[in-house]
Write a protein that binds this ligand. Sequence first.
Ligand code: B12
Length: 587
Amino acid sequence: MLGPSRSNPDLLLLHAPSVYDFRKLAILYGPVSDMVPSSTVFEMYPIGFLTIASYLHDRGMNVRIVNLALRMMNSRRFDVPRFLAAQKPKAIGIDLHWLPHAHGALEVARIAKELHPDVPIIMGGLSSTYFHRELIDYPQVDYVMRGDSTEPPLHDLLIALREGKPLYSIPNLTWKDNEGKVHVNPLEFLPMALDYVDLRPDLMVEMVLRYRDLESTLPFNGWWSNPITAVLTVKGCAFECVTCGSSQTSCTHVTKRQKPVYRSPASLVANMQDICRLAHGPILLIGDLLMAGPEHAAEVLERLRQADLANEIVFEFFALPPAAFLHEIDRCVSHWSMEFSPESHEQAVRDAQEGESGYTTDDMESVIKEALRLRCSRIDIFFMIGLPAQTMASVRDTVEYCGHLFEIGDKRLSCFISPMGPFIDPGSRGFEEPERFGYRLFARTLEEHRQLLIQPSWEHILNYETKWMTRRELVDATYDAAERLNQLKVQHGRLSKRRGRGVANGIAAARALRLRLDDEVEQGPKGSAQVALTGEITQFSISTVCDKRELFWPRRVINFRFTEVFRILRDYFRGSSRPRIPKSQAR
Ligand code: B12
């Protein structure tokens, strides 16, 4: 036998597709995932899987991550029940983090429960936390682990289950006892520091080796050639965006976090160094460093200066950064880029979404121009459709504004626009107080969202419309905006004519399909016609209104540092990649 054995995992973490039977159903999901690396299947698993795996591994447990969504995408023949039947985990964890997984996560849980009735099924993530009372009532769900940080309570739960101990004192846990009575333990594990757990890149390699399975561990389709990694800087948020399920107010209700908590600069940069030792790809800093205050941000930059990392570092800004801060980044970091999401070019819309956004559109332009004077290698500006106070005309003007930005004439600057979809986040202020913010909701409960996800087209999947745009208008505004932005990109040399034609054809085909699906909806379901559309729909659901390659960094021939991969291999086969915490302290 080569290397340590593939022992039965203490925890099998499964990531489901958004809609379980997406390979069979004819659903036009629309451009709801165009701004993220995943497809409409939402195949990316939560970063939390990796922190959970590290935490449990350090305490002597084996965790296996299986990205079922990706396996299903990559092979039509991949048989989920057959795969799950062959596993022998001691517990199964399934993320219902993003609400768009409401269908897939519950269905995977159902299949797993049917195959392994005695194996505990644990759900977790933000949407699980929000809907925990409803979720625990599904027969396939045994436990819901609530909160934005679950590593230690999950460890406690796994130990208690192993040793048959009572569960009353496990924080953050919603559970059913043998009589089916539901218990909601207090949400008491709410760490005020984030350095207790790391995202260990070497563990991913080890998991691949242990289970002889690379594909299941990959975070999203195409990651192998675009190995973007992300490092968490914060939990919670200081901003109040109306549509965000993790805004300051949402957090106080959903995760009970009263104010954001930040990762220490030392641990943050040490983690980035670990990643750089293994991979060449860009590292995205999740969260705006300035939210923690200028001193914290300055310390991160100083440590980055000393670390002198070769990888590109991507900075994300929630508010407009001062030009002086960009100069500091430029002084300390040799390869950097930035992402900024004003959401709208129109100040009134921004103010309706963010409270007082605190900057004018002119301010924004001068900061962009300043960044372009520096070594910043790319600036991605994101706009959104579906905001409070935003009309169809305002969306059109946003796109023309992108044209205006392109006139600056610097190809490092890119603009993106996408609809907020498929859902306005549960727990967001817009979801909790729809009338106040001009929203009308089509679903409130988890079950209603599960049902929405299997509607034939994204116009009917959206869980909201606004006082300013109906669902139909939101869809029209999206396709119009995408078409015009695509023309502008070609006109300004951002996109080759060939790629531009590809995007335009995609949009036209998606519009045509939508009309055909509308007919179907009007005439009622006609199974065979739906099936006939499946192939076409799958084709246009991959990326519908932009060329996804624009989101990625230029490909490199070699993405990984093989000396480090060999070191991990060596340690693994020597059996020296041991838990870091001695068993006596690991409980
Ligand atoms: C970074 C980020 C992303 C990254 C992805 C990072 C990743 N792979 O996790 C990107 C940019 C790709 C992204 C995409 C999307 N995102 Co996002 N994202 C975030 C953000 C800013 C931070 C999340 C984070 O890093 N958390 C920290 C890590 C360490 O913890 P974690 O992953 O949450 O896991 C912990 C707990 O949640 C829990 N947990 C999670 N899963 C499980 C499973 C089990 C079994 C257990 C026990 C526990 C558990 O325990 C973990 C460890 O403590 C949040 C907002 C925020 N400030 O929280 C939005 C947020 C989570 N995203 C959101 C949304 C809507 C999306 C998209 C659906 C948007 C879209 N339409 O494209 C997609 C989905 C992509 C996919 N799945 O394929 C919403 C979710 C609202 C909701 N309830 O549905 C949020 C709250 C805000 C927002 N609107 O952006 N996102």
